[in-house]
Design a protein around this ligand. Structure first.
Ligand SMILES: Nc1ncnc2c1ncn2[C@@H]1O[C@H](COP(=O)(O)OP(=O)(O)OP(=O)(O)O)[C@@H](O)[C@H]1O
Ligand SMILES: [Mg+2]
Length: 540
């Protein structure tokens, strides 16, 4: 039996104290294992582990020093009982001080408080001289696959009834657990990095195939738009965005900014139609204190705010003539004065303007300056109306359906017929109309399926039914096509026949007919009433 063991078993009192220590150890280890098992964030988990050592084992000071990712120094990763300054000071060279020594030698160490010389336990003969009460500090290496990655140190651990060897062996177990946790964390991090990379490249692939800069479209017309954005973005050239309302002019303006070297500088939008002339002037150019009644303080204008970035002048066709002259000067010289100010300000801005009116027509009418028009028209980019790129409709529908479903926590789908109809629709409000329609339908839907007649009352334009009439298709997927005999004369007739056939086939049991059509009982009930369908006398 070793000297130390003899010491431990000297009396019954000590033995029962020892029992208590064992219980504490097991409790602490169990807590630490639990923490590590649940850990998500390394720093928080390590902090909690050290907290457990304090709470259960009453250690006043515990520190965990780890090797920096660069492998050049050791710094305190987590601690308990240290002040912030003390923690920040805890950076060591790889062989500096006691921590450095433990790290280098990979051996535990105890420091007696009466002696300044640390006693490394791999030194022969050192153990025998240690008096337990004099131990002030114990440190053990944290190792991963046989190499040191850090050092765990505590001030004194258990009382005199427990040998310092036991202290060290207990700390060693903790250090092993911490080492395993670090390995696990490293592996998880690597895996996460790989997934993030994979996700990025998948996104990039998707992005380049069907959309760029969050603009969706694979039609030829949109490919040309993407091409122009990429060509023009790196320069400071003024861009004039043309196209009907809702075609994505603002989206493209932002995309040009985002793809330009100015992307980290501001993108400032001004709607020229939203403000009366004098307010618009002050908004654009700013004003000095006292420039007009109410100008109690100087205010920078949007041109100043956009310095270094991009200014987007939306609805430029609505800009009053007086301001058009002032804008022309900004375009030519990039200079202006605040209202009421004398100082000439210079700005470095890129100008993007947009309009859905025919500017040439406005020039002809004398309401738009021709010199400004030519200055703005350096790179004109006309966004195609949605009806001119119908092949993008399914892609847009899918995109907005997915995002509306997600936002509203639903799983709404469209029937093939609804899709057909929307493909044929004129879309006078373009992508905005499509986006709003889908959001509305998703919010209002009380069934999982959106059918053609759910659209009634939601479209800006009376549905063009010609193609639908000429092409008798099932209104609802899975149901049979129109009953033979007599060609239907309208969409309404088609639907009426569809319902009647289903009822007939199901012996006029509404629930069964509804099920066969994928309708709810309420929906079929509503349609039966609408078409005034009654069960014929002779029906079985
Ligand atoms: N190709 C597209 N892909 C995805 N979303 C789009 C696309 N085009 C437009 N949108 C969306 O449609 C809506 C209207 O677009 P935007 O505001 O850019 O149109 P606009 O041309 O500026 O219209 P207006 O002339 O009425 O101001 C926005 O929510 C925008 O995100
Ligand atoms: Mg707009």
């Amino acid at each position: 039996m070793s000297e130390d063991n003899k010491f431990i078993h000297m009396s019954g009192g000590v033995s029962s104290a020892n029992c208590h220590v064992e219980t504490l150890k097991i409790k602490a280890l169990a807590e630490v294992c639990k923490l590590i098992g649940r850990a998500v964030h390394l720093d928080t988990a390590l902090g909690r582990v050290l907290q457990v050592l304090h709470d259960i084992l009453r250690m006043e000071r515990v520190t965990l020093v780890l090797l920096d990712p660069g492998g050049r120094k050791l710094s305190i990763k987590s601690s308990y009982g240290l002040t912030v300054e003390e923690e920040q000071r805890g950076i060591y060279g790889l062989s500096e001080g006691i921590c450095g020594q433990i790290f280098q030698t990979g051996s535990p160490c105890v420091v007696p408080d009466i002696q300044s010389e640390p006693l490394f336990l791999n030194r022969t003969g050192a153990r025998k001289n240690i008096v337990k009460e004099s131990v002030a500090f114990i440190g053990v290496p944290v190792q991963v696959e046989g190499s040191s990655v850090g050092v765990l140190t505590v001030d004194r651990l258990f009382g005199p009834e427990v040998s310092f060897e036991e202290d060290i062996s207990f700390l060693g177990i903790l250090a092993t657990l911490i080492g395993q946790f670090l390995v696990l964390h490293h592996a998880i991090n690597k895996k996460e990095e790989k997934l993030v990379e994979e996700n990025k490249s998948l996104k990039a692939e998707l992005h380049s195939r069907f959309s760029r800069h969050y603009i969706i479209g694979r039609s030829e017309a949109m490919q040309e738009v993407f091409w122009t954005i990429e060509k023009v973005a790196p320069s400071r050239a003024t861009v004039l965005l043309l196209g009907e309302s809702g075609t994505g002019k603002e989206l493209v303006a932002r995309a040009v900014h985002e793809a330009s070297p100015r992307k980290d500088a501001p993108f400032i939008k001004v709607n020229c139609a939203a403000l009366p002339e004098n307010l618009l002037e002050s908004e654009l150019f700013g004003h000095d204190k006292g420039a007009f009644t109410g100008a109690t303080a100087a205010k920078p204008g949007r041109f100043e705010l956009a310095d270094g970035g991009t200014i987007f002048l939306d609805e430029i066709g609505e800009m009053p003539l007086l301001l058009q002259a002032k804008l022309l000067r900004v375009l030519q010289e990039r200079q202006f004065e605040r209202i009421g100010g004398t100082r000439t300000l210079s700005v470095d801005i890129r100008i993007i303007a947009a309009t859905n009116v025919d500017l040439q027509d406005s020039v002809d009418q004398g309401i738009f300056r021709s010199d400004l028009f030519y200055r703005l028209n350096v790179v004109p980019l006309t966004l195609p109306a949605l009806r001119e790129r119908r092949d993008d409709v399914p892609l847009l529908l899918e995109h907005f359906l997915r995002s509306s479903n997600k936002r509203n926590d639903k799983e709404i789908v469209l029937t093939a017929n609804t899709l057909d109809f929307l493909m044929d629709y004129e879309w006078p409000g373009n992508v905005r109309e499509l986006q709003n329609l889908i959001e509305r339908l998703v919010i209002l839907a009380d069934d999982r399926i959106i059918r053609l007649d759910d659209l009634v009352g939601h479209m800006n334009q009376i549905p063009r039914l010609r193609r639908e009439i000429a092409r008798p298709v099932a209104l609802i997927p899975n149901s049979t096509t129109i009953a033979s005999g007599g060609s239907p004369s309208s969409l309404r007739d088609m639907e009426c026949q569809e319902i009647e056939t289903a009822l007939r086939r199901n012996g006029w049991v509404q629930a069964r007919a509804a099920k066969s059509l994928g309708l709810t009982q309420r929906q079929i009930g509503y349609r039966i009433k609408k078409f005034n369908l009654t069960r014929p006398e002779f029906a079985g």
